[in-house]
Design a protein around this ligand. Structure first.
Ligand SMILES: Nc1ncnc2c1ncn2[C@@H]1O[C@H](COP(=O)(O)OP(=O)(O)OP(=O)(O)O)[C@@H](O)[C@H]1O
Length: 618
């Protein structure tokens, strides 16, 4: 800017709080432009000179002044723009948002609120161990194994693979997905084991096995989701047994060496059952004489590890454990995970979900090298899937049916039974099918009351819940499994993963608040392709939201919905909102903001912060 214009600006501005005059001494009163022009004209006229030169000069000066004025006006506007207060801007943003909000429907607003809650709970740390997180270790490639699909399978096109998946309703997601194989022999499962499985009527792989076993054999991290009773145990145990066989054949394990892999379970009962399966399958291999003995250790609370000393004194190939006892053993260095490279979590959503996440992270910190991680469950809400997926290496998702959907082989009957009429009606219900029957109740005292009532009525019943001793629990399972007892009354302890022979009928005496628990409970029947019945008692004590979850689940499974359930309206439908399942529990009848599981988890977390958490199952 030149000095003339500076000066001109000074004279043109009247003092105001906003435009401070820099040099008061040079102040000149403001003379409007028109007045100045008049003065100039008068001056020229008075000189009596009317020549062309003077006129041109006057014109030029006028033009310059005009330009100056325009420039000044521009600057003024610019300054005004810059000096708009933040408050004004904030007000504008607020007004704009208010207009946008007014346009949104209640359902859209609710959806936004749900997304915010989900984002808040999803911001948890990854599942990688503390050590891995601290060292910033991040594995980018999956583990390499020596397993290859047979050549004729490799030569199939991707379209052929997909056709096979479509045939069995298998949904997969991930990079470089190994091919599905619909035959155990083609999967290269050792012949004596194939023979043994055949003797147990396991001849054709189930959908989760057909895609899950090749995926695990190929060393890939995976999330396996499939209906209750669809053979997930074999899908994750077989690969571990094969890896153990391979390592033992290469260099036999000596005392203090191993394990090759570990299977983590959320309850002692489930761990015991998985352990027994591994024992049977590895024994079938060893019996053949061509394969080495695989040593398996059961590592659960409530049993003396002295009983397992015969295994601890040898090299260990496989460990089946509950988290609490496993951490204890690792801390005492009874064995190490220095060479462990396979970690499978059964009922994984439970393990990660209900406050056991830190235990799992702690267990992971004992691994000294890259591992293959597998998560399996019948219910795996989106929140857990997202969370787990971030923590696995190039994971493959193998999904058979919707996660959390009921097994279609179970006939679901829901009956309205008044609280005081339940016991009597229970006896009537027991007549529906021959034994064995399981009765579920949410409450330990109620479990005891039901057992007592049935015993009085001459029904051979055992009971199992978290407050029973380990011996009592073992006795109940053993006598029920062997057929010595006809009825087992259980709290949710027995609902997850336990595989009893040919349960005919499941009676849910009190409907659990969380629909996932219901799915697991009815899933004790209708296993391995057989059909079963589930009768559920509901009444006015059952929360409406639970009833809505139940209504949608029945509709999804194509089951008969009783009239009293049909009359319950979904408030979300009234708002015109979407009826997507809850990402926290998978329930179809509510959103995240009123998820009973989220409430429970938060309550549990608060309890654990206070130090009064009950981890009874361990
Ligand atoms: N390919 C197969 N063909 C027939 N039966 C099978 C097959 N694979 C496993 N089974 C049998 O099916 C039953 C259920 O298997 P398993 O306990 O592994 O189910 P699951 O999917 O883990 O169920 P849950 O989700 O309830 O734990 C078992 O008795 C098992 O022996």
């Amino acid at each position: 800017m030149d000095s003339t214009s500076t000066k001109r600006r000074r004279v043109q501005r009247s003092p105001s709080p906003q435009y401070k005059i820099e040099d008061d001494d040079s102040y000149e009163p403001y003379v409007p432009v028109a007045q100045r022009r008049q003065a100039k004209l008068a001056k020229l006229t008075s000189w009596g000179t009317n020549n062309e030169k003077d006129k041109a000069k006057l014109q030029q000066e006028e033009e310059e002044e005009k330009e100056d004025e325009e420039r000044e006006e521009e600057r003024r506007k610019e300054r005004a723009r810059k000096e708009r207060t933040l408050l004004m801007e904030a007000q504008e943003v607020h007004d704009k948002r208010a207009v946008e909000d007014a346009k949104k429907t209640d359902a859209e607003k609710a959806e936004e609120a749900d997304a915010e809650i989900l984002a808040a709970i999803a911001s948890r740390r990854k599942l990688a161990s503390d050590l891995e997180l601290a060292k910033g270790v991040q594995y980018m490639q999956s583990l390499k194994t020596s397993w290859r699909p047979p050549r004729f399978v490799r030569e199939r096109t991707e379209e052929q693979h997909q056709r096979l998946r479509d045939k069995y309703h298998i949904i997969v997601d991930g990079e470089d997905i190994p091919p599905p194989i619909d035959n155990f022999t083609d999967m290269k499962v050792p012949e004596p084991l194939v023979k043994f499985l055949k003797s147990k009527r396991i001849t054709i792989p189930t959908p989760i096995q057909l895609q899950g076993i090749p995926t695990a054999f190929a060393g890939r991290d995976m999330i396996g989701i499939a209906f209750t009773g669809s053979g997930k145990t074999l899908a994750f145990c077989l690969p571990l047994i094969m890896f153990a066989l391979e390592e033992e054949s290469r260099l036999p394990f000596l005392r203090g060496e191993g394990p090759v892999g570990v299977v983590l379970c959320p309850s002692r009962e489930l761990a015991t059952q998985t352990y027994e399966n591994v024992l049977i399958w590895t024994a079938a291999l060893a019996k053949d004489g061509r394969y080495p003995q695989i040593n398996t250790l059961l590592c659960i609370g409530g049993i003396s590890m002295g009983e397992q000393s015969h295994v601890l004194n040898k090299g260990i190939h496989v460990v089946v454990a509950t988290p609490g006892r496993l951490i204890d053993m690792l801390e005492k260095k009874r064995f190490t995970f220095d060479n462990c490279k396979y970690l499978c979590m059964d009922e994984a959503d439970r393990m990660i979900d209900l406050g056991f996440e830190d235990d799992v992270r702690n267990i992971m910190s004992f691994f000294k090298r890259q591992r293959q991680t597998l998560l399996f469950s019948a219910t795996m809400p989106r929140k857990i899937q997202d969370f787990a997926q971030q923590s696995l290496v190039k994971p493959i998702l193998v999904n058979v049916g919707r996660a959390g959907a009921a097994n279609l082989d179970v006939l679901q009957v829901v009956e309205y039974v008044k609280q005081e009429a339940k016991m009597v009606y229970l006896l009537e219900c027991l007549q529906k099918t021959p034994p064995p029957v399981i009765i579920f109740s949410e409450n330990k005292n109620e479990v005891d009351d039901i057992q007592e009532y049935l015993l009085l009525k001459g029904v051979e019943a055992v009971a199992i819940h978290g407050s029973k001793t380990q011996e009592e629990r073992q006795y109940a399972i053993k006598s029920f499994k062997s057929g010595a007892k006809d009825v087992m009354v259980a709290s949710s302890v027995a609902s997850k993963g336990l595989d009893f022979n040919d349960i005919q009928h499941v009676i849910i005496f009190s409907m659990p608040k969380e629909i996932e628990d219901y799915v697991h409970q009815i899933g004790r029947t209708g296993r391995s392709g057989k059909t079963g019945i589930a009768t559920t008692f509901v009444n006015m004590n059952t929360p409406e939201q639970t009833l809505l979850d139940l209504k949608y689940l029945l509709m999804e499974a194509g089951q008969k919905v009783p009239p009293f359930l049909l009359t319950i309206d979904d408030p979300r439908a009234a708002q015109g909102g979407s009826l997507k399942g809850c990402p926290v529990c998978g329930g179809l009848g509510h959103g995240i903001s009123n998820c009973p599981k989220l409430e429970d988890t938060q309550r549990r977390q608060m309890a654990s912060h206070r130090g009064d958490d009950d981890r009874g199952g361990y």
